[in-house]
Write a protein that binds this ligand. Structure first.
Ligand code: SF4
Length: 371
């Protein structure tokens, strides 16, 4: 399994919590940028000819803010240069404030078969507080256009003045809109973003309150038929994101566009975050890779453990033995004993118990300290 990620770094305006590579004032460069992405794909054609890609994920930024025909050309460029599986999962991220029936029609026509819609919260005052450009009404109009389609909705917890009732309302709104997949993330106030001052002023919920919000969210999602398959991801049966699963199983993936990262054959590399530098490199027929490093065996093992323990399925003990030629329960006997109350073994899988998945970082760290 292998995936393609394409980064579209344009947005209408910058949200208060955003530290992603997105440039609200650079939308006028969308046409040139997309031409560079198509060119970057052609530059990687030879190197990737042995791969079949099962997923193509168009993320951002806000991919739906640019002309829909560029997106159609992007999907065509991916098909022209790479071997894309016939039944590939092709996803586009959409901001409800930038969607139209015409855009969705073009997306469907070019083969996009999955949509990821950023709702974040169903409370308009909280959307405004986050600096989002959309409101609840626009989300409902957007999902009306997606009726009967395969789509996911993003929701956030840990917001200023957010109550458990707000979270339940948001999840119900997402579920009743027809979504078959919901991602629920906790707001992470990053230094350098405007929302960080709210955090410093003690205006955001503390860790215990966020944990409570998460538990309430999980409960509501379960009631509505969404099974957790990773700490932040919930799906109706059979609608798990193949693109995400590929990351968590350490599959190969290639990224195109500014700030996109890749991992092919255990070589990890990231494109420059600087839009001008990206243009300069691609226009002079050079790749725009900034950082490149080999993932050695110890690092592969660490990643394997970290990613597997984030999932509800857990770590496949047989697969671990095959990949690293050792017995997990022997190597990590001390860690297993230390965090024994938080984990369980089900057949070939060792997993963090469902009720402790939200605090997985403090459990996983015990496995990374051993040896
Ligand atoms: S829409 Fe997403 S990428 Fe764009 S500014 Fe907001 S959070 Fe950042």
């Amino acid at each position: 399994m292998a995936g393609i990620y394409v980064h579209i770094p344009f947005c209408k305006s910058k949200c208060r919590y955003c530290d992603f590579a997105s440039f609200p004032d650079k939308l006028c460069f969308a046409e040139s940028y997309m031409a560079c992405v198509y060119r970057e794909m052609a530059m990687r054609k030879e190197e990737l000819k042995g791969y079949t890609f099962d997923t193509l994920y168009i993320g951002g930024g806000t991919p739906s803010v640019i002309d829909e025909n560029y997106i159609a050309m992007l999907v065509a460029a991916a098909r022209k240069n790479f071997n894309i599986a016939k039944d590939a999962e092709i996803t586009i991220e959409m901001n409800p404030g930038t969607v139209s029936a015409k855009k969705i029609e073009t997306y469907l026509k070019c083969g996009i078969n999955r949509f990821s819609v950023g709702l974040q919260t169903a409370v308009d005052s909280q959307l405004a507080e986050l600096g989002r450009i959309h409101n609840l009404k626009e989300f409902l109009l957007c999902t009306k256009l997606l009726k009967g389609r395969n789509f996911s909705v993003d929701v956030m917890i840990g917001l200023k003045n957010q109550t458990i009732a707000d979270i339940e309302k948001t999840i119900e709104t997402a579920a009743y809109s027809g979504a078959n997949h919901i991602s629920m993330y906790a707001l992470s106030p990053e230094d350098g973003t405007p929302i960080y001052s709210d955090y410093l002023n003690g205006e955001l919920p503390d860790n215990d309150q966020v944990a409570e919000m998460y538990s309430a969210g999980v409960k509501k999602l379960k009631e509505l038929g969404f099974d957790r398959y990773e700490v932040s991801n919930f799906a109706k049966k059979g609608f798990e994101s193949r693109h995400n699963l590929n990351y968590w199983r350490r599959g190969d993936y290639i990224g195109f566009g500014v700030a996109a990262s890749s991992c092919i054959n255990n070589i990890r590399f990231t494109n420059t975050f600087d839009l001008d530098e990206y243009f300069k490199c691609i226009l002079s027929n050079h790749l725009a890779v900034k950082d490149r490093e080999e993932v050695d065996l110890a690092w592969q093992e660490e990643e394997f453990i970290m990613l597997a323990l984030r999932t509800s399925r857990g770590l496949n003990l047989k697969e671990y033995a095959k990949l690293f030629n050792k017995n997990f329960t022997e190597v990590y006997a001390a860690a297993i004993q230390k965090v024994g109350t938080y984990i369980e073994v089900n057949g070939d899988f060792l997993k963090i118990k469902d009720e402790f998945l939200f605090i997985q970082n403090s459990i996983i760290v015990e496995f990374l300290r051993t040896e």
